[in-house]
Design a protein around this ligand. Structure first.
Ligand SMILES: [Ca+2]
Ligand SMILES: [Ca+2]
Length: 226
């Protein structure tokens, strides 16, 4: 008799408790999954329309920099990693701070590569330059520049290895004009992008505009005193 009266109440209570526990467990796993979501640093947008990849030999300690100008005059470079629809994934500085974690230990990462990804494209001329920011040897440095248009199918616009001549050397790898799906006027007529970007600040400085004008030292980013 006593049992019969208590049982339904107990069942309701335990069902409620069980459901609450299920909800809490579910929420716990959801938040755990969110906490463990991989950081998207260095992630290339899977919807990228175009990609520029600059590579130089593994383990080389030189710092190469990639500069890209879009038709609107936006320039992406290490101090301005987002410009227009362009994004520089990272400033690879040779071996500087280039480590990967393996079994919880930091080991040096031999890769030397900079990637510029484009979320969208505009008609007009693009310019792709590479700058030898720091050379640690007097030998020429082979630097490979690849420009790929990814949609609707992958099309290699440019693929060539340039010989960089040392600290401060700025080379125009390629200039090309987009018109709809067409790639026109592919040339390597030189055009300095360093001049257009630098007003003040080197790599360790905060950057920022409003600095003095004048000739720029491509290696240091400083205005050359007159
Ligand atoms: Ca670099
Ligand atoms: Ca590197």
């Amino acid at each position: 008799m006593f049992e019969e009266e208590q049982e339904p109440e107990f069942e309701i209570f335990s069902a409620l408790l069980f459901n609450s526990l299920k909800a809490i467990t579910f929420m716990f796993f959801i938040s755990f999954a969110m906490i463990n979501k991989p950081a998207d640093q260095g992630k290339v947008d899977p919807k990228a329309e175009m990609m520029i990849t600059v590579t130089w030999p593994d383990d080389n300690t030189d710092d190469m920099d990639t500069y890209v100008e879009d038709p609107a005059g936006n320039i992406v470079w290490y101090n301005q990693r987002e410009a227009g629809l362009m994004h520089l994934e990272r400033d690879d500085r040779g071996m500087f701070k280039d480590v990967i974690l393996l079994d919880g230990k930091e080991i040096s990462n031999p890769l030397n590569q900079e990637i510029v990804a484009f979320r969208g494209l505009e008609d007009g001329e693009y310019t792709v330059n590479v700058v030898h920011y720091i050379a640690n040897s007097s030998a020429p440095l082979p630097v490979t520049v690849k420009v790929e248009k990814l949609n609707p199918t992958v099309k290699i616009v440019f693929y060539q290895t340039l010989q960089m001549k040392g600290t401060g050397d700025e080379e125009t790898a390629v200039r090309f004009t987009l018109k709809g799906q067409d790639v026109l006027n592919v040339t390597s007529t030189p055009k300095s992008l360093v001049e257009l970007t630098r007003s003040s600040g080197g790599k360790d400085g905060g950057g920022g505009g409003g600095g003095p004008s004048g000739p720029i030292d491509a290696a240091t980013g400083q205005v050359i005193p007159q």
